[in-house]
Design a protein around this ligand. Structure first.
Ligand SMILES: C[S@@+](CC[C@H](N)C(=O)[O-])C[C@H]1O[C@@H](n2cnc3c(N)ncnc32)[C@H](O)[C@@H]1O
Length: 621
């Protein structure tokens, strides 16, 4: 299906190619259609690629070429349909949409309707979408239909026949079904077209210095996020691979060198490797470094499997007296004695593997096993011990947990080994991104990152999350040092006072509001922003002029004050020598991070922290 705008973009590309023999750049498409950003131009290109109108083999806009047009069909949009309460069915053919035949099948007559209301959201049908309907008078149980009831009232619902009646079921748990003796079926939904384009270019018209653009095409709701080595270990606030890839494809090209200055477990680095970008990653959490290396180092899966099978054999034979219990504070508080013995045997068997990359890769599954077999609540990022009867009954199958993770991880590595570009490299640096980490000035083609959210008390405690694993897998010389990580991360140490010279009106306003309620919290926020400002300076130093720096950030709530971190970054960055080109807002459907926290000292009171994030696109002047 091609919408009007997509058809215009395609026509422009065709005409341009006829004249120049190569395709227009994203920037040219942006200018031609007065789009807000190159990422919007990229959106149109990928839609045209997905629909089969442009060739897919290249990522670069200049490299796209048109393919022979597929057989298309024009479908009339007959008006609106209520996905909530029924509305009068009036057919007003006003517009048409063009769809390729493949999308709707060869049989039948079709029409389209614009959806109003939210009763079908669990079926992925949202207010403003367009649904394509195949005309038919009968439907099977469970199909989504256009149903007319009560003398010409039309609605979109799932249809069920029950005890001689019809149930029209909304796909929204907050709404009730409609029961009728008679229902007239006017067709079955065969395709949903998300109404993105009207939202893409429309900014908020508030009286703000910067404009946030809501763009649902960045949500990637329901998409697989654990492919390749992405799913080998949990980490807080990981990148959705699709977001990382889209940023990389929009703002860099094959062969470029990119950098993720807060690389965490390395999601952006994995994507870089898969699409042929060289990549630096920097992080100050040793467990993150360990994971990022394991995720981005291709290992021959046959060798890996062989070592894994030998390991399972060895572990069975290790005697209790041969093991060495790790020696860190409170180990008996976090692990039962028999769990410690099993983990120690497993660790010994892994350490006996000679090839370091294989040893480290299997250590990742071991690290997950540590978390799952400890006395902690596994659904939390912070270390919280299970209590009472639950703790008494806690009897984890240590080897079983390890096998489950190791086997899943080997499958992920098999895909990564196959798909990773052989001539790209990844370098991971343990370092503080607010300092010079040895990357040459003006050497990086693109920076893509998601910074931490601020102080760990209310958001994500990377160090605390990592502590038990880090203590078991020896990423610290002294395992007791693992408890200090969070203090060293951005915003980990409050400032002494609230005096500063940062040039951001948005920050000033937020600090004043927070300080009125709680000065200590305001100092945490200031400390985070001072650190972040230094990171922006370093990013500016390493980036080539004219190139892009994309930050995926959350605007968190502190003391009920929403801190506009996206705007603050834009202001601080513009002082340093960047131009803010875009702020895109996306929903966070699946990111692992707390979405509720305690807003005040009211016991049990919960408040949303973040379910949206902003992608700030900066360009070095
Ligand atoms: C949102 S996470 C990044 C997650 C990552 N995108 C992923 O997919 O796993 C932010 C990261 O910033 C790191 N960090 C915090 N302060 C830092 C600093 N000063 N220098 C380098 N890394 C830092 C944290 O350790 C954490 O791993």
């Amino acid at each position: 299906m091609l919408t009007k705008k997509q058809t215009q973009v395609l026509d422009f590309i065709k005409v341009y190619m006829a004249k120049h023999s190569y395709a227009p750049s994203l920037d040219e498409i942006k200018k031609k259609f007065k789009l807000a950003s190159v990422s919007t131009a990229h959106y149109y290109i990928s839609k045209l690629q997905d629909a089969g109108f442009l060739n897919k083999e290249h990522n670069q806009p200049r490299a796209v070429s048109t393919v022979e047009a597929k057989q298309t069909v024009e479908i009339p949009i007959l008006g609106a349909i209520a996905a909530g309460q029924p509305i009068e069915a009036i057919e007003i053919p006003d517009e048409t949409i063009t769809i390729t035949r493949d999308e709707i099948g060869k049989q039948g007559k079709h029409y389209a309707l614009r959806v109003q209301g939210s009763s079908m959201i669990d079926e992925g049908i949202f207010d403003g979408d367009i649904v394509v309907i195949r005309k038919q008078e009968v439907a099977e149980n469970g199909q989504t239909v256009v149903a007319v009831i009560d003398d010409n009232q039309a609605t979109l619902k799932k249809l069920y026949r029950e005890n001689g009646k019809f149930r029209l079921q909304p796909a929204n748990p907050t709404l009730f079904p409609i029961y009728r003796d008679e229902v007239e079926v006017r067709g079955v939904v065969v395709k949903i077209i998300r109404n993105l384009e009207s939202q893409l270019d429309q900014g908020q018209s508030r009286d703000e210095k910067y404009v946030r653009k809501i763009d649902y095409s960045w949500d990637y709701r329901g998409e697989k996020t654990k492919s390749h080595t992405h799913g080998i270990h949990t980490y807080p606030a990981m990148f959705i691979p699709q977001v990382g890839r889209r940023l990389l494809e929009t703002y860099s090209k094959e062969g470029d060198t990119i950098c993720d200055i807060f690389c965490g477990s390395g999601s952006a680095l994995v994507e870089s490797r898969l699409i042929g970008r060289n990549a630096y990653g920097i992080d100050l959490n040793p467990l993150a470094i360990f994971l990022a290396k394991a995720k981005t180092t291709p290992i021959n899966p046959q060798k890996l499997t062989k070592e894994y099978i030998a390991l399972l054999d060895r572990v069975e034979k290790i005697k209790d007296k041969e093991i060495q219990r790790p020696n860190f504070k409170n180990i008996d508080f976090w692990f039962k004695d028999k769990v410690i013995v099993k983990l120690a045997k497993l660790k010994k068997a892994i350490r006996e593997i000679k090839e370091e990359t294989i040893q480290n890769f299997l250590m990742v599954a071991f690290s997950e096993t540590v978390r799952y077999s400890s006395n902690t609540k596994t659904g939390e990022f912070k270390l919280v011990r299970v209590k009472g009867e639950k703790l008494e009954k806690h009897d984890p199958d240590v080897i079983g947990i390890f096998r489950k993770h190791a086997e899943k991880n080997i499958a992920g590595m098999t895909d990564f080994y196959k798909d990773a570009k052989k001539d790209s490299w990844t370098k991971i640096i343990y370092g503080d991104s607010s300092k010079d980490n040895g990357i040459k000035a003006s050497s990086i083609d693109c920076i893509i990152t998601s910074p931490p959210y601020g102080d760990s008390r209310t958001t994500v405690a990377y160090g605390q999350f990592s502590r038990l694993s880090a203590q078991w897998i020896d990423v610290f010389d002294d395992p007791n040092d693992a408890s200090g990580v969070d203090n060293d991360l951005l915003g980990g140490r409050a400032t002494k006072n609230l005096i500063h010279t940062l040039s951001s009106g948005y920050l000033k306003e937020s600090l004043e509001k927070i300080a009125k309620q709680d000065e200590a919290r305001a100092k945490d926020v200031l400390s985070f922003n001072l650190g972040l400002n230094e990171c922006l300076k370093q990013a500016h130093r390493i980036l080539k002029p004219g190139k892009y720096f994309c930050l995926v950030v959350g605007n968190r709530l502190v003391k009920q004050v929403r801190i506009p971190t996206d705007f603050i970054i834009a202001e601080l960055a513009e002082k340093i020598g960047f131009t803010c080109e875009d702020i895109i807002v996306r929903n966070i459907p699946g990111k692992r991070m707390p979405i509720k926290n305690s807003p005040t000292n009211i016991v049990g009171a919960l408040e949303e922290t973040m379910n949206k994030e902003s992608i700030v696109v900066l360009r070095k002047n």
